[in-house]
Design a protein around this ligand. Structure first.
Ligand code: PLP
Length: 449
């Protein structure tokens, strides 16, 4: 053992020896050993407490160790731990029934997966088979998962090392009024120009070859980009005009994150497919899926759907999904999440913006917010460049370290800090976390010209 190892727990030492981590240079990481968690807090093995302002990876919407959800998991474990996907089973049937109940319009059937990437993969597959076309349009500012097709659907730089990859995926610009690709002055102009741009892309790609448009309803990791009024309805109309399947990726934005069951409920639009994962059962057991409209499922009534997973509709995962939906209803969690956005987080961030010159923009909905940091409010120069690493990322790394030192575990991406605690976090804890962010933003202000 080296002297470093001798000071560390077995959990840490064995992690560094044997666990190969996601998205990491294995020699460059120093993972925190999490020993326990409760509600919106977790503790490391030294007993240091953190406020979880990232809900782990934006999945623990109901918080940690919710007693009723843990009980539902234990009950299902006693009853039946595993069952093949070709059998029917009470846990799976009930989860599917409840998900169809909360989904908009005629989205009445559920194909279960183990997570979000498999959901977007299978949604793409369904759209291609349903339409008999192969092209899929996705936005540059997006993440749709890390498997072969999902990473090609992804717009952000995580896609780059996977290329050249699956052909037929075409990128376009979605709306983002603060950094408009269309030089729009306001949301109304952004909606109109972004829709005209999408129409143009479809025209030059050949609408008869386009199977699907896939969008994160509210773009998550790539900026908490809330679509401006009229945009989603406009996409719906374009898809209808050309017989294109509209897929909404609600892996991050669903299940209360945006203060509704699905973020799209804010705009009253019914897509053809919705991808979900994460908040469906807060990741107590891995689960994802695709909610399928009657129109698309009809394509597979007499024809085989050529896709499947050994653990599709796993009973432990489905039992926790059904229990979680019921707990959300019993405890008014959707309403709480909505109110956190309108009455607590939104107003506090607006106030912070007045105090900190480094805040260029604050935006969000429900419990899904971004603080976008700049060096200059007039030019909107980002606090750190796009996809910065190493020394170039130092201003953001310092902010994150300062949050952690004060017991706040933040979510950061590029030049943004996101505010995304569990959606049932009590007001007092949300305010405690926002106080810490308010304090550490002084570190960003020094870069402002
Ligand atoms: C919008 C979106 N889609 C898909 C995924 C992929 O989900 P998973 O990591 O469960 O495969 C993510 C993960 O962060 C996501 O945010």
């Amino acid at each position: 053992m080296t002297s470093v190892e001798s000071r560390r727990s077995d959990a840490f030492v064995n992690d560094r020896k044997h666990v190969f981590h996601s998205w990491s240079a294995q020699g460059a990481i120093n993972p925190l050993v999490v020993a326990r968690a409760q509600g919106s807090e977790f503790w490391d093995e030294d007993g240091k407490r953190y406020l979880d302002f990232s809900s782990q990876l934006l999945n623990a919407n109901i918080g940690h160790q919710h007693p009723k959800l843990v009980a539902a998991l234990k009950d299902q474990a006693d009853l039946l731990c595993t069952v093949a996907p070709f059998h029917a089973n009470e846990a799976r049937s009930e989860a599917a029934r409840l998900i169809a109940e909360i989904a908009p319009g005629d989205l009445n059937m559920v194909f279960f997966t183990n997570g979000g990437a498999e959901a977007t993969e299978n949604a793409m597959r369904m759209a291609r088979l349903h339409t008999g076309r192969h092209k899929v349009l996705t936005t540059y500012r997006s993440y749709h998962g890390a498997t072969g097709g999902a990473i090609q659907l992804t717009g952000d730089p995580r896609r780059w090392p996977a290329e050249p990859a699956m052909p037929g995926i075409v990128k376009f610009w979605g709306p983002y009024t603060y950094r408009s690709a269309f030089h729009s002055a306001d949301d109304a102009e952004e909606t109109q120009r972004a829709l005209a741009h999408l129409e143009d892309v479809i025209m030059v790609e050949g609408p008869q070859f386009v199977a699907a448009v896939i969008l994160e309803t509210v773009v998550g990791t790539n900026g908490i980009l809330v679509p401006p009024p009229g945009y989603l309805q406009g996409v719906r109309d374009i898809c209808d005009r050309h017989g294109i399947v509209m897929i909404l990726d609600e892996v991050m934005s669903g299940f209360g994150r945006c203060g509704e069951w699905f973020a799209v409920d804010h705009w009253g639009v019914t897509p053809d497919l919705i991808c979900f994962a994460k908040g469906v059962n807060s990741g107590y057991v891995p689960l994802g899926g695709v909610v399928i409209s009657d129109r698309v499922s009809a394509s597979f009534r007499d024809r085989q759907f050529p896709g499947g997973l050994t653990y599709s509709g796993h009973p432990l995962a489905c039992a926790t999904a059904a229990a979680s939906i019921n707990i959300f209803r019993e405890e008014g969690i959707i309403e709480h999440a909505r109110r956190l956005g309108t009455d607590v987080i939104g107003p506090r961030l607006e106030k912070m913006k007045q105090r900190h010159p480094s805040i260029g923009d604050v935006r969000g909905i429900g419990v899904f917010w971004a603080i976008e940091l700049v060096r200059n409010r007039d030019t909107r120069e980002m606090l750190v460049p796009f996809n910065a690493t190493g020394e170039a990322a130092k201003p953001m790394n310092d902010l994150v370290a300062a949050c952690k030192a004060r017991g706040l575990w933040p979510f950061s991406h590029f030049n943004r800090i996101h505010v995304a605690p569990p959606v049932n976090t009590p007001d007092a804890l949300v305010n405690e976390g926002l106080d810490i962010i308010d304090e550490v933003l002084d570190l960003a202000d020094v870069y402002c010209s």
